[in-house]
Design a protein around this ligand. Structure first.
Ligand SMILES: [Zn+2]
Ligand SMILES: [Zn+2]
Length: 315
């Protein structure tokens, strides 16, 4: 985060005639803030994003995808503080130390805010990620994403939630958007919106932190004394999205606001065009013959994966 000038006062405090010193400077919002007003700013920004994209209302039951990292815990904290009924959902991926540490922190946080955390173990459902990684030829992150989406959707329905909220932040969205643009991957681009509506057995999915940077989320977690897992999943090493994030952070330093502009201008100018294109050639979704979950083919990718794991285990 950009350097704060020595002795700067909090912009909000100053307007109220108070003299609190600023501890953070947000260059692209031209704001210097004290701790209290930073927390307030963060929560207001999340509330505004929820409203702007009509993500959900206080009547909805929200399930937050919790990884134990700063983003998901910051999101959960903010939603509860904003008065939403939000519970947590954690998938134990069975990645040795990483999963043990993140699970402990997720549980510890759930206890702190006194909300339930639902836990699913991938080892019991299919197999742990390291084993899946050996069996499939796809990169571990893509298999991981597939199973996370699948179980999240399945359990949210079973547990009676109607909204799934994930902690994807602006840096995540910008990195994915940039990658998809580099490849002109239209199919992915047209799905890159902070709200995916409920349809065909899928529950509504939302990203309330899409306008919050990684650093802003880390700072919010820090000011709220939230303990989170600080190291990356060992399987994500070398992912190109990490390179794109570095690239954009360099740009951001020189030109504050670059990330937000790249993202919001896509939503404003490009997304509507892609959406129209999609409406014209909507793909038919079916139900998986084995488990009944929505799928683009007769048998869904998770059931196919299960079969593969079973055959491998036998041989
Ligand atoms: Zn202040
Ligand atoms: Zn299936």
């Amino acid at each position: 985060m950009a350097k704060l000038k020595k002795g700067s006062r909090c912009t909000v405090c100053k307007a109220k005639g108070e003299k609190e010193k600023a501890v953070v400077f947000l260059p692209h919002h031209r704001l210097a803030l004290c701790k209290k007003h930073y927390i307030e700013w963060f929560e207001k920004r999340v509330a505004k994003t929820i409203k702007e994209f009509r993500m959900f209302s206080p009547k909805d039951r929200i399930l937050v995808a919790v990884s134990g990292g700063k983003d998901s815990l910051a999101l959960w904290n903010a939603l509860v503080k904003l008065g939403y009924e939000a519970d947590g959902f954690y998938i134990d991926l069975g990645i040795d130390e990483y999963s043990q540490d993140s699970k402990r922190l997720a549980l510890q946080f759930a206890e702190k805010i006194e909300r339930p955390l639902h836990i699913v173990s991938l080892k019991e459902e299919i197999a742990p990620i390291p084993q899946i990684d050996q069996i499939t030829n796809r990169p571990a992150c893509s298999a991981c994403g597939t199973v996370k989406r699948y179980y999240m959707n399945k359990y949210a329905k079973e547990l009676g939630y109607n909204i799934i909220a994930t902690g994807h932040n602006l840096d995540d969205e910008v990195a994915v958007l940039f990658g998809n643009t580099l490849h002109w991957d239209i199919d992915y681009l047209k799905r890159q919106y902070p709200v995916l509506k409920e349809e065909n057995g899928f529950i509504r999915k939302v990203k309330p932190l899409c306008k919050i940077t990684e650093k802003e989320a880390a700072l919010y977690a820090f000011f709220n004394n939230i303990e989170y897992i600080e190291y990356e999943c060992p399987f994500s090493e070398g992912a190109s999205s990490i390179e794109y994030k570095e690239l954009f952070s360099q740009l951001e330093e020189k030109h504050p606001g670059t990330k937000l502009q790249f993202y919001t201008n896509f939503l404003k100018k490009m997304y509507p065009i892609l959406k129209e294109h999609e409406e014209r050639q909507k793909q038919e979704l079916q139900k998986c013959k084995i488990c009944g979950e929505p799928s683009f083919s007769e048998i869904c990718s998770v059931c196919k994966l299960k079969e593969k794991v079973k055959t491998m285990a036998k041989s």
